[in-house]
Each structure stands twice: as C-alpha cells, then as structure tokens.
Design a protein around this ligand. Structure first.
Ligand code: COA
Length: 326
C-alpha cells in the first residue's frame, strides 16, 4: 500500500536562453551536430546575480502552494545538488531560512542526475516511518557555473534549472509504489570535476588548468546510461507487479534524446507515453525529472490515477527509479 506521494510541484528556470546558434559562436560546433547527437536546441543560463538557493526558494514556494502546505509545516528539506551556493554550509540551509521554514532538518544530497529520485526515496522512508509528515525535495542545478565554454563535448549539453516536489502521506491507491537507488563508484571517472575538493584544492594551477570544470567521457557514459536506466526501470516495475505496457507516462532523466529513445525501445514503451523536454531545457542534472514532472502536472499531461515511471542515471555513477500512481 503506498504510504507517500507528491502533493505539489514547482519549477523555476532562469530567463536567459542559450540557443545552438549561440553555441556556434562559442565553440566549434553546429546546430546540426548538437540536434542529431543530443536532441538539444536550447538551454537556460542563470544570471550572475542568481544562485542555486534563490531559484530553489521560488520553485519550492510554487510546490508548497500547489500542495496547500505552509513552509512552517515542513519536517524535512532535502536539496539535491552538485552545484551548491557554497561548499559550506548546505544549500538546503539557505532554502530553509529563505522559505521561513522552522528549524527542521535540512540537508544536501549529492547523487548528480539521479538526485531527485534519491531524494524522493529518502523522503518516502521518513514519511513511511512516521519521522516526517511533509518533506520538501528540491532538484537544483546551476551547472553553467561549472561548464568549460571551451569544451564543446560538455558545454552544449548541460543547462540550468530548478524544480521541487512536496511529499506527504498518500491516499491509496495514489502514491509511490516502488523505488530503487544504486551507485557504482567504479565509473566515477566518467563524469567529474577534478579540482575544488580535498584531492585538488583550488590553486592558481587548478584554475589555469581548467580543472574546476565538468569533465566527461561521453561515449562510455552513454552505454552505462542506457543499460542502467533500462535495468532500474525493469526492477521498479517488477517490484510493483506492473508491466511496461500498463504505464501511462515514462519520464526519463533528460540526458540525451538518443538515450531516451534507446531506453524506451528496450522497455517496449510506446513513444507517445514518453515525456521529453530536452530540446528546450537540455540536461539539468537533478532538476531534470522534477522540471518534467512540473510541466506534466501543470499542463494536464499527468492525470489522477496515472501510472508514472521515472528513471535516472548520473555521475558516480548513480541510477535510480520511482514508480508512482498519481
Ligand atoms: C556526449 C555525446 C552526445 C557525444 O556523442 P558521440 O556520438 O558519443 O560523439 P563522440 O564523443 O564519439 O565524438 C564524435 C566526434 O564529435 C566531436 N564532437 C564532440 N562534441 C561536439 C560538438 N559539440 N560539436 C561538434 N563536434 C563535437 C568529437 O570531438 C568527435 O570528433 P572526432 O571524431 O574528430 O574525435 C554522447 O556520447 C552522449 O550523449 N553521451 C552521454 C553523456 C551524458 O548523458 N552525460 C550526462 C550524464 S547525466
């Protein structure tokens, strides 16, 4: 019996749009290459005055409004981010004070693109055990701050965005039916930022060496992505005793349209049941799935009673899945 569900969603995107034509002016690339290899046409870029917590607070307020919950009722805030306001303290702490939430537990979660689904899974556990009634989960990334605009293999892919979900007790049959989360550190070198941590503290050398930017082995990651998203999708479906053809909607992490298509085909889900906004938003890491969710909820694409599967993979590598009845 489902014990927790999403009561409200909200998103906040920076206004500035970077098109593929803009990218052509920055690096040696073409709209044709980016479109055929990734499906991306444009992505958002935060203004210098914007921060991860600032956009998170905007998204969280919208999610709380939809849920009909006040910030004072929150028992836990989880911010999934790999692009925090600062290394210390957590971005969740800034979100808490910005919302005017009580001194409840608030922490950041680092699972890259799988982070929102990891956050949902943690929130579900807190609600199921009675430790919390209402939990705010935010997926928040300003990845443009970590992009090397001289590296054409990465800067065209990632974008900025934030979205949030408020989780609370479910009214069956609605709610979270099955969750999965996994990590395999053996693939840590496929997507990483070399410097800025304890192994390579910031120095003139790390800055001139462009070591504070995202490095990616895209080709290798592609295969892991398809394999892990298919596997985790099958696992959550099996746990819940649901077959792929019963799904009303599949929301995969928006990493690359080709990855989405390959996973969809392997699972046998029809194309019209798969949500994609990658052409407009790009890859926003842990914000990717909640932005999709918010778009689907607000546009009526998700209706009450729908079976919704979400699956993600990301740096670590991490991968996770959540199956919900809306
Ligand atoms: C990144 C990705 C789109 C690259 O596509 P690909 O088909 O694997 O391309 P390759 O990396 O093999 O590169 C092919 C060529 O395109 C070039 N290339 C890379 N980026 C380019 C760009 N933006 N524009 C033009 N050419 C580009 C490469 O330099 C390479 O040239 P070469 O053959 O002369 O060496 C693809 O590997 C991918 O999506 N991987 C998964 C990445 C991902 O999802 N990351 C996020 C994880 S959450």
């Amino acid at each position: 019996m489902p014990l927790a569900t999403i009561l409200g969603t909200g998103a906040a995107l920076p206004e500035k749009i970077i098109t593929n034509a803009d990218m052509e002016k920055l690096v040696e690339t073409t709209d044709e290459w980016i479109t055929t290899r990734t499906g991306i046409k444009e992505r958002r870029q935060a203004a210098p005055s914007e921060s991860t917590s600032m956009l998170s607070i905007l998204a969280a307020r919208k999610a709380l409004d939809m849920a009909g919950i006040t910030p004072q009722e929150l028992d836990l805030i989880i911010c999934s981010t790999i692009s925090p306001d600062m290394p210390l303290p957590s971005t969740a702490a800034f979100i808490q004070t910005g919302l005017g939430a009580p001194a409840c537990c608030a922490f950041d979660l680092a699972a890259a693109c799988s982070g929102f689904l990891f956050g949902m899974t943690v929130a579900e556990q807190y609600i199921a055990t009675g430790k919390a009634r209402y939990v705010l989960v935010v997926g928040a990334e300003l990845l443009s701050r970590y992009l090397d605009y001289k590296d054409r293999a990465t800067c065209v892919i990632f974008g900025d965005g934030v979205a949030a979900g408020v989780l609370g007790p479910a009214t069956p049959p609605s709610g979270i039916l099955a969750t999965e989360m996994h990590t395999d550190g053996a693939f840590a070198n496929q997507l990483y930022i070399p410097a800025g941590g304890t192994r390579r503290p910031a120095s003139c050398e790390t800055v001139t060496g462009r070591e504070h930017y995202i490095k990616m082995r895209g080709n290798e990651l592609y295969k892991v992505a398809v394999r892990s998203m298919e596997e985790v999708s099958r696992r959550v479906l099996e746990k819940a005793g649901v077959s792929a053809d019963q799904l009303d909607l599949f929301i995969p992490h928006q990493a690359n349209q080709r990855i989405t298509d390959a996973v969809r085909e392997r699972l046998g889900v029809s194309a019209e049941k798969v949500y994609s906004n990658i052409s407009r938003i790009g890859n926003t890491s842990s914000a990717s799935i909640p932005i999709c969710l918010d778009e689907c909820v607000r546009s009526g694409r998700i209706k009450k009673g729908d079976l919704v599967l979400m699956a993600a993979f990301g740096a670590g590598v991490t991968w996770g899945g959540v199956l919900m009845r809306w």
